[in-house]
Design a binder for this molecule. Structure first.
Ligand SMILES: Nc1ncnc2c1ncn2[C@@H]1O[C@H](COP(=O)(O)OP(=O)(O)OP(=O)(O)O)[C@@H](O)[C@H]1O
Ligand SMILES: [Mg+2]
Length: 280
């Protein structure tokens, strides 16, 4: 097939990966009651940045992610991804949600290959991409396994491999590791940071866990009542070890986030005591 000149050239990489101005989403629930889920979000995320969204429950984080994904339309405002207005879902944005989204009737390698197949990528190229991403997430020996044969953490690794194999510009992740235990989650952080370092994708990652945000992000955006309540740069070098998370700067950052989450300073101190290894 002859490659046709495209009328929609790739936008300049200097454009913000995600640009939001006054983005608002009002849901009208059953009975006509309206809910202002997102209320005038202004946000600019440069290409390649790893941004964590934190905020209290029900304050608009998932709604913002769904808007960027193009799964819902804004009620008002302007939202662009790499300079293009978001008008619906697209292969330029990859999604990982908390719940498993693997096809149970496809082997691991066929799950990872799914999006590539759908895009018509030929067999040998597809196999090479699948093999490479399974290697990077540490699942080479599970390529022929069925999803039901994997642990929760392994299934997450398949999801991460799948979304990266599709090579989107922007990754949207909504509490993707929320269901995992500490060890599995820590492993997934390493896997994700390794892939992000290699590919420099733009990542918008929702989490409830302030330590997860400090471990992963270049920048933490706090969403409260559907607005950006705080925007915190995370200047710490990587890898962000347990020792780093125990430094005064990291503890201050954690407190700043917890204040927005409505958790009192005494609760913060209790959490800090736990971090320091004192259960009291
Ligand atoms: N489809 C919908 N219809 C009506 N209201 C909705 C809909 N989706 C979300 N909402 C409401 O919008 C508000 C924001 O919800 P959202 O899911 O974005 O919060 P969240 O910050 O992701 O919360 P959590 O941390 O608990 O996941 C909530 O009041 C929620 O009830
Ligand atoms: Mg949510």
């Amino acid at each position: 097939m002859t490659a046709l000149p495209t009328s929609d050239p790739a936008p300049a990489r200097s454009t913000s990966a995600i640009h939001a101005r006054g983005v608002t989403k009002t849901f009208v629930a059953e009975g006509g009651r309206s809910v202002d889920a997102v209320t005038g979000i202004d946000l600019d995320i440069p290409d390649g940045e790893f941004v964590c969204l934190v905020g209290p429950s029900g304050h608009g984080k998932t709604t913002l992610l769904m808007l960027v994904a193009g799964l819902i339309d804004p009620t008002a405002g302007q939202l662009t991804v790499h300079g293009k207005s978001v008008t619906g879902p697209g292969a330029d944005r990859g999604l990982i949600f908390q719940q498993d989204t693997l096809f149970l009737w496809r082997r691991v390698e066929d799950n990872v290959a799914y999006g590539l197949e759908a895009r018509g990528i030929g067999r040998s190229e597809r196999d090479a991409i699948v093999r490479e991403y399974l290697r990077l997430v540490g699942l080479t020996s599970n390529a022929r396994s069925w999803p039901k044969e994997l642990s929760g953490g392994m299934r997450k690794r398949v999801q991460v491999a799948t979304v990266f194999a599709n090579n989107p510009d922007v990754l949207l992740m909504d509490e993707p590791f929320g269901s995992l235990d500490y060890v599995q989650r820590t492993h997934l952080h390493d896997v994700l940071l390794d892939l992000w370092t290699r590919t420099k994708k733009t990542i918008l990652f929702v989490t409830h866990d302030v330590d997860e945000a400090i471990t992963l992000a270049d920048r933490i955006v706090v969403v409260v009542e559907g607005r950006v309540a705080d925007d915190i740069p995370v200047p710490f070098p990587r890898p962000r070890t347990e020792e780093l998370r125990a430094t005064a700067d990291a503890i201050e950052m954690r407190k700043r986030m917890l204040r927005h989450l409505g958790i009192s300073v005494s609760e913060t101190q209790r959490l800090r005591a736990r971090v320091d290894g004192d259960p009291g």
